[in-house]
Design a protein around this ligand. Structure first.
Ligand SMILES: [Zn+2]
Length: 427
């Protein structure tokens, strides 16, 4: 049995037929002769895109299954057209040694989508034990944070970058320099106080420090959730890559009155003028990719004062749909959406079977009706946390999502496939 998608628009002007045999794309051409074993799927007028590779999610297991699980997080991913996720290490236990990696890997067997697992760096990490496992990367290593539970100093950061680069493991960095936070904002209690406290200057400074450490060790780093034009430009100037989240692309401090403590995340929302400058850099190619930093917390956890609320917002299900919404309105090309969500992350992180609809690559596919724009509604999403900072934003959700040739989500019936996700470092 094979699937034959006919008259698929690839988003770059090309209209093709695409055949899927087993887990992979076996043919792409203007027209493919239909064979008896082909099951045809007419997608005329629709986009066929490579599934999103989201290199930054927090699926919260082990440790915090009341916020999200591999089952609920991966359903949310599949419904949003995300076919590969990369989970960050700040779970409980943190993924800093072999045993913790193995515990998480066992839980990830519940995933509907393919996944990578990042290792973490803490004062008591065990590099030899950790690097013994198929890591995706060292994940959002938190440089220059004096307060966070996973923050490390520059010396340990340099050791970690050297150790990872020596083993060809990528390093992604959470770049905020806590010495540049504005302590005077601590007197305030409004939601905007978080943005005033974690200053824009703290990001560019940390990006510069991280890039200079990477240059000293001959390594390359990837800057997670860049939120300011200065941070993006610093990474770009140093020849490093960066990702931007949908919330830093679409939301700003102007939204905090409405979002309240639900709009608290790290790095925080920035001014509207900085958001616009970030948007320009996403469109013009300075920013390499979009990643969600999907970081769910329950409403009850978020409904407290701004200094006590946990940082983070959900986003894995809405990222690609929001970008498709922008493309449908002409604010970004479909080609750029494809590059930001699939091609670029697959290339940067050496996923040679992902990111493109090409013969021999995994059939990680998303079918989209570009005319089907609708407002985001939390009650239609599948994340366990049951809310979204993008309520009411126009989005185009996928009709169908396939991972390695298997349908994992069908929007018409709101039904999911079986969990069969694999560690992409073992594919
Ligand atoms: Zn994160």
């Amino acid at each position: 049995m094979s699937l034959l998608f006919t008259d698929a628009e690839l988003g770059d002007g090309r209209v093709v037929d695409v055949r899927v045999e087993g887990e992979t794309v076996s043919a792409v051409d203007a027209t493919l002769e239909r064979r008896p074993e082909d099951e045809p799927i007419d997608v005329a007028g629709k986009l066929l895109l490579p599934g999103m590779v989201d290199v930054h999610v927090h699926f919260r297991q082990p440790g915090f299954p009341h916020k999200e699980t591999w089952a609920t997080g991966s359903r949310s991913a599949a419904a949003g057209g995300v076919t590969t996720v990369v989970d960050q290490p700040n779970t409980d236990p943190p993924t800093v040694d072999r045993d913790a990696f193995d515990e998480k890997a066992a839980l990830a067997a519940d995933s509907l989508v393919d996944y990578g697992l990042n290792g973490g760096v803490t004062a008591d990490w065990a590099p030899d034990s950790l690097f013994d496992r198929p890591l995706f990367a060292l994940g959002e290593v938190f440089l220059a944070d004096s307060t966070g539970e996973m923050g490390i100093d520059t010396a340990l950061f340099a050791d970690a970058v050297a150790a990872a680069c020596g083993r060809d493991v990528p390093v992604t960095v959470h770049a905020e320099d806590a010495t540049l936070f504005d302590e005077s904002a601590r007197d305030r209690s409004d939601a905007d106080a978080w943005s005033a406290y974690r200053t824009a200057e703290a990001e560019a400074s940390a990006v510069e420090q991280a890039c200079s450490v990477a240059a000293d060790t001959g390594g390359r780093i990837h800057v997670a959730h860049a939120s300011t034009p200065a941070g993006i430009d610093a990474a770009d100037a140093a020849g490093m890559t960066c990702e931007v989240t949908p919330h830093h692309l679409l939301l700003s401090r102007a939204d905090l009155e409405e979002l309240g403590t639900h709009g608290r995340m790290n790095p925080p929302l920035r001014s509207e003028s900085r958001r616009e400058a970030v948007f320009e850099r996403v469109v013009d190619g300075t920013v390499d990719m979009v990643a969600t930093d999907h970081a769910p917390h329950t409403r009850a956890e978020k409904d407290t004062d701004i200094w006590s609320a946990p940082s983070g917002v959900p986003g894995v299900e809405t990222a690609l749909p929001l970008l498709l919404g922008l493309a449908a309105r002409g604010e970004m090309s479909y080609e750029r959406v494809r590059e930001l969500t699939a091609t670029a992350p697959a290339k940067r992180f050496d996923l040679s079977s992902k990111g493109r609809i090409e013969v021999g690559r995994d059939a990680d596919l998303v079918v989209v009706d570009p005319t089907a724009a609708e407002p985001v509604r939390a009650n239609r999403l599948h994340t366990k946390c049951d809310w979204t900072p993008f309520e009411g934003h126009e989005a185009v959700f996928p009709e169908l999502t396939l991972v390695r040739g298997e349908v994992v989500y069908r929007r018409a019936t709101d039904t999911f496939g079986e969990p069969a996700g694999k560690n992409v470092r073992l594919l």
